[in-house]
Each structure stands twice: as structure tokens, then as C-alpha cells.
Ligand binder design. Structure first.
Ligand code: HEM
Length: 524
């Protein structure tokens, strides 16, 4: 189902960069990727220039790599991926050593409680297999080889874990689409009110000569924003006692505990990290905060819950899926994506000056208000910058699926046979830096990359959402239901920043990302 009021209008990207600033040359290499991803792909034996090459010439190869010694290699791979080599080194090393962008490897958590065997896709040509629904099944594939216990979600299987062939998926995704559609008129004003509070908090910190850490302020305001924009509850209603309000921290714990087996806290000592991969964390440890969210929605978002009934859903399915949409899909995604926008734009002062000019000119017609209409039109550089953030650091690292029949796939260099039942995964970070597609500086943050007719063609290869940016999310696929509203929200963030500030600086990354300066506008 389309989202008519939210679908991005095809902004004309060709009127770009009016002042002629050559941002490409000023873009910075990101430490994590450095030049290495492109370099390692380029070392492989191939001159194949493009994705559209006819596959008939390609040699048929065995998928290289393997799963090693049972149990032992699962552990070793987990340690190498999570701690020793880390990403993207883990993938670069294997692409180089195996001379392939389609490889076999174990993926966490593995031993002792999941089958860790995966075929991983690292290039733009093989990657779309994970959303080719004629060939793959997505049931229980959302988080990889393992699915958290449904005791985290009231005993219900969530929409994100269902295959599109399941009628329940259709009902739940339609419900999510309807919520997003209904929120369209509230999205920009609620975002404005939430981010304005965050600005005050960051400014206060800076005035105290303290680092203005992006988190937890940003997660906190995004939590309130999503509840207020997507449900009929008003989180800020003074009539609701504080004791009845769930906290962002409790719900982040709920997300973290269910997903920790596949990740890395990067904060705990190694032996604690390892313990977290040996057995799942019981859901009851997060029950208090989660149950408070259930009760909050039941008491204060009755209209939103009632809407689910018209989609043929039962009360239990509605409330637990609503929490999953809001917190795991929405909040979790934004908390990974928006800091990247801040971090990358914060590194390029010249870009900031251009964005400020563009945003202020485009909002003049709306009296200086950042509206949805304003960010949909006449902001080509802003639009491209946000897409580039989604390419540069895709917020969700892997997309998975299971082969439902035997078939053949291709990378740029070879064809490979996949057998029914094999588990498949795509590494979004590597795919988004495939130098055969992103031919110009794939490892650099290039804000202008998606501008102009040539840049617009690249949107087909922007795949952060488990689909192409040019595809339409629907009940028949597993593409993110918020595929259009996510980049629009990135634009809202930058537009709000440049309506208030002339420039800003940041330091650090991940949990330590902080504003070191926020320069208020001088032209008002
Ligand atoms: C920056 C924010 C977001 C990111 C990065 C993101 C990313 C993704 C990705 C990668 C998937 C596909 C997962 C897979 O099957 O492999 C997905 C699915 C989904 N997303 Fe998002 N998402 C974001 C925000 C949202 C929001 C705000 C909503 C709505 C509240 C939403 C709703 C969904 C739903 C319902 C699915 C499952 C789709 C299906 O089962 O067909 N997402 N998202």
C-alpha cells in the first residue's frame, strides 16, 4: 500500500550546488571504512564495469569460504567478526582472500544455540537476492539466524519476522502504513517541538562548558516524538502521572536484551560480551518497562489501538506490534541513523554554509517554518546529503532470507548455485560501497553524490531499507514501511538545525558523539 501523503516527490536534483562549491573534494574519509573497502574489491580479478552485465559469460563457481570445524569455527568466526577483526575488516579480508563477493561464513550468535551457516552477499549484484520474493522466504529472518523469544513481545510473532506470503503480514503492515499516513500532518510539528527541546538541552550543556552528548538527549526526544506523532497518546500531557509513563531507557533495554546475541555492546569486558552470546537473556528482565508501555498505550492510545481492529487484528497483536513499530523498527532505526547525519555534516563546514542557505531559501515561502512540504521541495543538496548518510553508514547492517528453492545468483564476477533451505545474508555496509556502482570515492562521504540526473540514477542502488530507494514498500514485500519518511526525517533534522544555527561542530562517534559548538544564527 502506498503512502500518498508521505511519498517523496521527485525533487529536481539537477539545480544543484548553485555556488559551485566542489564538495566532493572536501568530503572526508570515514575512519571505519577508510579507502580499504573499495581497495579490497578492486584487487579482485575483474574488469566488469557495471551491474547490468549479461550473466551468460560469467563462470560458474563454488561459493568459496566455509563453516569450518563444527562448533569451534562458529566461535572463532564470532570472535573475529565481533572483536578481533571487526567490521568492515572481517569482510574485506574474506573478499580478498577468497577472491569473491559471495562467500560462506558463520554469523553470530552460532554455538551453542543456532545454526550459524550463512551465504553472505557483499556486492550490489548478488545482494538483491535477499529481497527477491520468488526465491526467498523471510519468515524469522529479520534478525539473522536467530529470532528472540516471543516472550519479549507478549507471545506474538511480530510483523518484521513474517513472510509476505502470510496474511497476518499483510494485515500488520497495512496497519503500520495507516499509522504512518495518519501521522503525516503531525510529523513535522511534533518533530519541531521535540528537537527544540533537545536543542535547549545541548545549548545548556555547552553553556556549562560540558560536552553536549548527542545521546541520551536524541534517543529521549525521538521516543517522545514517535509516540506523539504515531499514536493518539500525548506523552507530554501533564494529566498523565509520570509514574504511568514508560521511559526511553527501559525500552532501549528491551531492544538491547533481545538483540544482544547477534551484536556487541562495545562497552562490556570481553568475557561479559561472550557470556551474552552463550544463552539468550530472559525477557522477564525487561518486563517491567515493557508492561508499562503496554499499559500506557492501552490507557492513552485507545484510538490508535482501535484502528488495528479494522485491519482484522486481535487486541494483543495490535498492542505488541505497535510497540515493535515504535520502538524497535522506528526508534531503533532513527537512533542509529540520525547521529550519522549529525556526525558527517558536522565534519564539513563548507557543506553547512550551503545547507543553511538552501534551507532558509526553501522555507521562506512557509514563513520560516520547517514543514513537510518545504523539505520535500527545493532542497536538492539537503536531500542528497541525507541519502548519502544512508549509503555511507546503513543503519541496519544485514538483511537476511532463506532460499525457498534451488537457483543461481550472480556477483559481478561469477555465478553461484544456491540450494533450497540455505540461509542468505547481505552486508549492507559493503554493498553500499561497491565501487562498481559507486564508482567515485565509494569510501568517502560525498554530500552531492545523489544530485543531478546521474546522481538520481544511483537511488536504485541505495538499499538501506531492505529494498531499493526507487521501489515501493508494500504488503507484498519486506521493505521498511517507513522507506520514504526516514530520509524525510533526516532532512527535517538538518533543516531544523540550520533554521536555528549557522554552523555546528562535533567530536567523537557512536555513544561518545557530542556537539562541541552550536553557533546561533546571526542573520535574524
Ligand atoms: C531510521 C529509521 C529506520 C530504519 C533504518 C529502518 C530500517 C528497516 C529495515 C532495514 C527493515 C527490513 C528488515 C528486514 O526484513 O531485513 C525494516 C522493516 C520494517 N520497518 Fe523500518 N526502519 C526505520 C524506521 C521505521 C519506522 C519509523 C517504522 C514505522 C513505525 C518502520 C517500520 C518497519 C516495518 C513495519 C518493517 C517490517 C516490514 C515488513 O515486515 O514487511 N521502520 N526497517
Amino acid at each position: 500500500m502506498a503512502l500518498p501523503s508521505l511519498i517523496m516527490h521527485r525533487t529536481s536534483l539537477s539545480s544543484c550546488n548553485a555556488t559551485g562549491l566542489v564538495l566532493k573534494n572536501q568530503s572526508r574519509t570515514h575512519k571505519r571504512g577508510a579507502v580499504t573497502v573499495a581497495a579490497s574489491l578492486k584487487t579482485m580479478d575483474s574488469d566488469v564495469p557495471a551491474v547490468a552485465r549479461d550473466d551468460s559469460d560469467l563462470p560458474l563457481r563454488e561459493i568459496p569460504g566455509g563453516y569450518g570445524i563444527p562448533y569451534v569455527s562458529q566461535l572463532v568466526n564470532r570472535w573475529r567478526l565481533l572483536y578481533i577483526e571487526g567490521e568492515p575488516k572481517y569482510w574485506e579480508n574474506r573478499m580478498k582472500n577468497l577472491n569473491s563477493t559471495v562467500i560462506r561464513t558463520n554469523m553470530p550468535p552460532g554455538w551453542p544455540w543456532t545454526d550459524s551457516r550463512c551465504i553472505m552477499f557483499l556486492d550490489q549484484k548478488s545482494f538483491p537476492t535477499v529481497f527477491d520474493y520468488d526465491k526467498v522466504d523471510k519468515y524469522k529472518a529479520f534478525a539473522g539466524t536467530f529470532m528472540p523469544s516471543t516472550s519479549y513481545t507478549g507471545g506474538q510473532e511480530m510483523c518484521a519476522y513474517l513472510d509476505p506470503s502470510n496474511k497476518k503480514h499483510e494485515q500488520l503492515k497495512n496497519y503500520c502504513f495507516e499509522l504512518l499516513k495518519l501521522s503525516s500532518s503531525k510529523w513535522a510539528p511534533e518533530f519541531h517541538s521535540a528537537i527544540s527541546r533537545a536543542f535547549l538541552q545541548w545549548e545548556h550543556k555547552l553553556s556549562q562548558k560540558q560536552p553536549a552528548l548527542v545521546a541520551p538527549t536524541l534517543p529521549e526526544f525521538m521516543f517522545r516524538f514517535l509516540v506523539n506523532a504515531m499514536t493518539s497518546a500525548d506523552f507530554d500531557d501533564p494529566k498523565i502521572p509520570d509514574s504511568e509513563k514508560p521511559t526511553c531507557a527501559e525500552l532501549q533495554k528491551w531492544v538491547g536484551f533481545q538483540l544482544i546475541p547477534i551484536g556487541n555492546t562495545k562497552a562490556a569486558p570481553l568475557y561479559v560480551e561472550e557470556l551474552l552470546h552463550v544463552a539468550p537473556i530472559p525477557a522477564k528482565l525487561t518486563k517491567g518497562g515493557y508492561d508499562k508501555m503496554v499499559a500506557f498505550l492501552q490507557n492513552y492510545a485507545q484510538e490508535t489501538l482501535a484502528l488495528g481492529l479494522s485491519h482484522g487484528l486481535a487486541e494483543d497483536e495490535i498492542v505488541h506490534n505497535l510497540i515493535f513499530f515504535l520502538i524497535l523498527n522506528g526508534h531503533g532505526g532513527f537512533c542509529r541513523f540520525l547521529p550519522v547525519v549529525i556526525r558527517e555534516v558536522g565534519r564539513i563546514p563548507e557543506l553547512q554554509a550551503e545547507l543553511a542557505a538552501e534551507v532558509r531559501a526553501a522555507t521562506a515561502a512557509s514563513g520560516g517554518q520547517v514543514t513537510m512540504k518545504a523539505v520535500m521541495h527545493d532542497m536538492p543538496l539537503l536531500t542528497s546529503t541525507v541519502y548519502e548518510a544512508l549509503r555511507f553508514n546503513p543503519p541496519v547492517p544485514y538483511q537476511y532470507a532463506r532460499a525457498k528453492k534451488d537457483f543461481t545468483i550472480s556477483s559481478h564476477d561469477a555465478k553461484f548455485e544456491i540450494k533450497k533451505g540455505e540461509f542468505l545474508g547481505g552486508v549492507n555496509f559493503m554493498v553500499s560501497r561497491d565501487p562498481k556502482v559507486f564508482t567515485s570515492d565509494p569510501d568517502k562521504f560525498v554530500p552531492t553524490r545523489f544530485m543531478g540526473p546521474e546522481g538520481e540514477k544511483l537511488l536504485e542502488h541505495l538499499v538501506w531499507s531492505n529494498g531499493r530507494q526507487t521501489d515501493e514498500s508494500s504488503v507484498h514485500n519486506k521493505q521498511c514501511a517507513a522507506k520514504d519518511i526516514v530520509p524525510l526525517t533526516g532532512r527535517l533534522l538538518l533543516a531544523e538545525i540550520f533554521m536555528r544555527y549557522d554552523s555546528f561542530k562535533t567530536e567523537g562517534a557512536d555513544g561518545k558523539l557530542a556537539f562541541t559548538s552550536l553557533q546561533r544564527r546571526t542573520d535574524l
